[in-house]
Write a protein that binds this ligand. Sequence first.
Ligand code: ARG
Length: 370
Amino acid sequence: MDSQAVHQMEDQLKQEAEQFIRQCYRELGKTMEDTELRIQQVQNEINRDGSYEHTYEELVHGAKMAWRHSNRCIGRLFWNRLQVFDARNLTSEDAIYQALLRHIEFATHGGEIRSAITIFKQTVRNQEPVRLWNHQLLRYAGYEAPDGGVIGDPSSVDFTRICTSLGWRGEGTPFDLLPLVIQCHDRKPRLFELPGEIVKEVPIHHPELDLFSGMEVKWYAVPIISDMRLEIGGISYAAAPFNGWYMGTEIGARNLADKSRYNLLPRVAEAMGLDTSSSGSLWKDRALVELNVAVLHSFRTSKVSIVDHHTAAQQFGVFQKIEEREGRCVTGRWSWLIPPLSPATTDIFHSTYEDRVDSPNYYYQPKPYE
Ligand code: ARG
């Protein structure tokens, strides 16, 4: 990069840093003096090193703001209740693996799920970042069968192939937990098995009906997104896995129901004795409702936190009220905020949202493989 381009980048970084520090420090109730001092310090650091590092306080509040700005998330009422693990100093794959296990255990908490994020080293110029190759820390493998079908989760087929090529061998069941794949900088990615004891899973059963005619269906307790980039004040964290708890429909109306996922509706309808010969019998809708009843019932009886979509939508309404009161405008992406089941029964359906992307935020990033 020529020096002019470097200058331009540093100027932009200074601007983004200043904007973040101002908002962050205002929200944290810091004095003007502290704020100006910190901005000066950050600028000096950028002049000297071409970049800057967040204080622990900035990191914590920045990660929370990023959640608050996540337009696709219906669960943002709880943005200020996020446990932030600062893992920026870890340099080895083994240490990162240990931090991930700690995250899983903290978040799972025997079923009483706690929201958390573990933040690894920030991206620096001229160096490959730390990357977690998994989409979520917990996820089921998908194997292409010779007949063109898939055993397991079809959305994991590519990543499962990568794991296999790196030497992993799955058992071949529809619910094999994938290994963790950790890559530090320009080194080769390394595979780590998840110890079964720390992964909580929930067997899915309907309270009255036999929905799966003998097939064992389950889902893991905690969704921990591990492939998104966290951006705070112009600084990128390419590895920053975070979790909340599930909303029932994510599992019952998408993961287990989508045609391109576990595709269980035909099986459920069959087990319920529904007429699947005409779509007008609403067999898909009826199967979908009972599948979602089963998911909520099962998580509850296993004592694992879960929220139904009506409650989640109500909580989102409370979030909107609070944000308004704070003088902030809630941004959102309507198509993601409405639940996939009975959307028009929620207020969200009847509202509009500006899908503006504020900083800090979480972003998709190119997959490290492919
Ligand atoms: N929809 C994703 C899944 O079903 C998880 C996304 C995050 N969800 C959450 N409740 N925090 O695995």
